[in-house]
Design a protein around this ligand. Sequence first.
Ligand code: GLC
Length: 720
Amino acid sequence: MKDLKKLLEQMTLEEKIGQLGQYNANLFIQSGADITGPLTQAGLSEEDLKHVGSILNFKNAEEVCTIQKRHLEQDRNKIPMCFMMDVIHGYRTIYPIPLALGCSFDTDMVAECTRMASKEAAASGIQVTFTPMVDYVRDARWGRVMESCGEEPLLNGLMGAAQIKAFQGDGIDKPDNLATCVKHFAAYGGAEAGRDYNTVELSEHTLREFYLPAYKACIDAGVDMLMPSFNVLNGVPAVANSWLMKKILKEEWGADVLVISDYNAVGELLKHGIVDNMKDAAKLAFDNGCHIEMCSSGYIKYLKELIEEGVFTEAQVDEAVMKVLELKDRLGLFEDPYHGASPEKEAAACLTPENRALVRKAAAECAVLLKNDGILPFSEDVKKVAVIGPFADNHAIKGFWACQGRDEETVTVKEGIEAAIPNAEVVAIKGCGDQWDDLDKSGFDRAVMAAKEADIVVLCLGEPQNYSGEGNSRGDIDLPGVQNELAEEVMKANPNTAAVIFTGRPLAITRLSKTVPAILNMWFPGTEGGSAAADLLFGKMNPSGKLSMTFPQAVGQCPIYYNHLMTGRPKAPEMDLIHKGYASNYIGCGNLPLYSFGHGLSYSNFVYEDLTLSQDAFTADEKVTVKITIHNDSDVKGKETVMLYMRDLVASNARPIQQLIAFEKVEFEAGERKTIEFTIEEPMLRFWNNEHKFVSEPGLFHISTGYADHLVHTKELVLK
Ligand code: GLC
C-alpha cells in the first residue's frame, strides 16, 4: 500500500484540489483547438486538466490506457487517474433494466449478472461504477423508474446490496472487480408529478420508512461512494442539504463514504436559486461533505480562495483529498494504474456466448406474465407465425443506461422465434410506429393480412427505450401512437394472439388488457431479449417474474403503490364504479391498479394451501415461525416467489394496509408440495413514530401470504 500521508505532504494545494474534480474523457483525448470549446464550457484551463483526479464517459480500454499513460508521464506526483462510469444493467452484454431485475426477486441471479458486467467493464478500463441506483419509486410517469428495483424498500435494499457485493467481489483491487457508488441520495424518485429533476416534498416519516432505507442498506453493505441527487428535498437541493448530508448520512448513519456530486449538480445550485455565484455553490457543497465535484468547476476555481479567506482550512481539503487517494489505493492503482484493463482483455471479455446465455436466462427470469387466458405457451408445432407491431423485429430493446451495449447486437423477437421453431414460417410486419405521434394506420392492412394467414400471432408493442431513463418522463403512459388500434384489428383477424410488451415503466395498458388474451411483459430485456421472449412464448422457460412496481389502470391514478394507507373512507369493494356516497375513489376506473405489486402468472398452478404461525402472540424478544404450504398443482415445473406480508391494524401512526416483510423464490417440480418457513421478529414490525423513533407498538397484526391486493390465509398475531 502507498504511503498516502507522505504523498499528500508533497502535493501543492492546486494538485490537491485537482483530485476533487471529475470531467469527461473528451477533454483528455482531444487536444488543441478541439478542446477549446469543451474546456470553456467546463470552465477549465489546460493547466487545470493536469491535476484532475478522475474521469467519466470514456469509450473503451484503449482510451483509458491512453489517457492514463499520458497523465502519468506529466504528473509530478505520479498519482493515477480513476475511471468511473454507469454500469447499470450490463457493460456490453446487456441484461434487463433494474426495474425488471426487481421482478425476479432473485438476488443470486442479479449478483450473477452483476459479476458478468463487472468483468466486462473492468477489462474495458472502468474502475468505479455509479451503481446501484436504489431510488424508491411510486410514480410511473418518472422515466428513471427503469433504473430502480421498484416500490418496495426491502426489495430495493436487498437488490442494491447484492449488486455492491457482486461488483466488489473478492476485493476492488482485483482486476475483475469494481468499486461502487450508491445513488441518488435522496428521494430523487419522489419527483413531483413524476417529472424528472422536479421538486421533492416528503414528510420525515415517509422518507424514513420508504425513501431512505435502501440507501442505508447499501451503506451497511459497504458501498464505496455515494452520489447526492439533483432534486430539491423539502426546499434544499440534496448536495447542499445538511439534514441529508450531515444529520442523516454522517451523524446518524456514521457513513464515511466518498461523496461525489451528480453531473453539474454543484453548478445547478445557481439554477435552483440557492446561491447566485459558483463560489458560494462550491462553498455549500464542500461544507456539506461533497468530496468530488462532477463536471462543474467550483472547486478548481474557488477552493483555494475559500481557504485564503479562512472559510475552509487546507486540512479540510486534505481530508477530502485523502479519501480520493484512499479509494485509488484500495483499487490498487498505485501498483497497476490500468487495474488490469487492456484492449485485448476487453475484446476477450465482452459479448461471449456464456454472457449471452446468462442474460438470456436473466431476461426470462425478469419477464412478467401479466395475463394469460390459456393461450400461452404456444405449441412449438405451429407452421406459420405472424410477428406484428413496432417491436416485431426491433433491435432497440436494450433499454436506457445500457453503457456500451449496442442495439445491433440484440436479438429481436422475430429472430428469437425463428431460432426457437426453425421449421415454422415467421413473418414480421411492423404495422405502425412506436412514437406518441405515430398516427399512421396505413400499415394495418398488411398486418391484418399476415394475421389472417398465420396459425398464431405475436403482437410486439411498447414504448421506445428512450421514453424512459434520464430526462424522459411521460404525461400519458399508455401504448404510444395507434398500437391499441393495431391490436384490436389484429385480434379481429386472428384471436390466437398474444401480446409481448417492451417498456421501461409500468404502462396503463387497460385497453390492451381488454383486447388480447395474453400479455407478456419483457420490460427492456437486453441483448438476448428476443431469444428470452421466444423461450417464454413456446414454454422452454416458465414465467416467474412478479411485478416490482404497480401497473395503474390510468395515468391519473399515479402515484399508485401497494403499501398505501387505508384512509378514513376507503373505497369499499362493494361500491360500484359509479360515484356513490363519499369515499376515496376515481369515478370510472376506481382505486384498484390494473396489475398490482407482486402480480405475475406462471404456466404452473401454485395453490396456496395454508399459512400457520408457531404462536398467535409473542413478546419483542421472541420469534414467530411462519409456515406456508404451496402445491404446484400442474405438470409444469416452475418457480414461485413466496411473499410474507404484515399489517399493523392499530398504531399511533396510520399504517399501510400491507407491507412485504420477507420473500423467497422457490422452485417446484410438477405436482410438488412444499412448506416454506419464515421467521417474524419484532424489528420487522417497526415504523417511524411521532417521537422520531423507529418503534413497534404492542397490538394486533395480520400476517398473510399471496401478493398485494390478493392476500390469502391471513392470520392474527399479537405483539404483547
Ligand atoms: C447523470 C445521472 C447519474 C450518473 C451521472 C454520470 O446525470 O443522474 O445517475 O451517474 O450523470 O453519468
